[in-house]
Design a protein around this ligand. Sequence first.
Ligand code: 5AD
Length: 349
Amino acid sequence: MGKSWSKQEVTGILSSRDPRLLDELLEAADRCRRDSVGANVYLRGLIEFSNECRRNCFYCGIRKSNYSIRRYRLDNDEIITLAKSALDAGYSSLALQSGESEDSREINKVVQLIRSIKTQSRAWDNTGRGLGITLSIGELTFDQYKELWDAGAHRYLLRIEASDPRLFSRIHPPDQSFEKRLKCLDDLRTIGYQVGTGIMVGLPGQSVNNLVRDLQFFVEKDIDMLGMGPYIPHPNTPLYKKQVPDFEPFSMTLKIMALARLMMPDINIVCSTALLTLNPRGLELGLKAGANVVMPVMTPEDNRSDYSLYNNKHYTRPQELIERIRRYGYTVGLWTWGDSRHYAVRQVQ
Ligand code: 5AD
């Protein structure tokens, strides 16, 4: 457990525009991550395997009603080939992400995919452990989450996006309920997943107070992993021209990441692609703010531009990412799953 922070303290830090305070916060977060989870940065080979989506989130470029993108779904065989190349490169975990589907045939396909990746990857590497699998495929039923878990997935990312139910309902259509999202997070935890959540920073209508409460939400939910990024408006979405808050989303994201590291020293925090997109120093500063997970994009080049959650999504070649992580003074956790330490600790309690 990190030290407990008062609401006033957190509000003060998030409201401050003093660059020295940001520097100090990053220094503190970096020290904290080195003491608690070490200097290792773990990799998840990110495969955005489908951009088909039944949802119409007001901020997201792959929303159902965006007809200007080409929809795709990679074949399981193609995904397995990508998985092999991730393991060959030493990224011992995958993050499988897609738009949301409610079709049970699609979920079955994912179940089959996970089974194949698990069995085949155990044979590919000589540790016998094979690839670790993180899923990020949205809201499903308890039984579907359980099936995916039984097939071998063991981490799940489902961002709450905004922990204030009113803000949540302003960025989602009425068929998406805040309560359902909470239930999904609870179900995932009950089943035994390492559970990750997160928010977007800089959403229209978001206040500093919202962000203070988001941090409190992560602590209360006792999460294992955190994935957050700045909100980046997408032209083919209803939120595009909506007025955004007057804070600067890049440095605000860094502050929240750093505070999250200080409050929850042993969780995994990902350095999001959105952070890398907004600023060339995104990776360097995100790691400093306490991120210990990076997701090199392995989605085939032909499909990458159609997985456009937001505009001008950043892409760095995986090898370059690794070189940069090392240059910034961290080690790269190759050939290891890099699970959340917090999860291991709560399992023995
Ligand atoms: N800007 C930044 N992040 C976005 N996401 C979706 N749309 C955007 C956007 N316009 C994030 C959401 C989602 C994750 C997969 O991508 O937080 O959970």
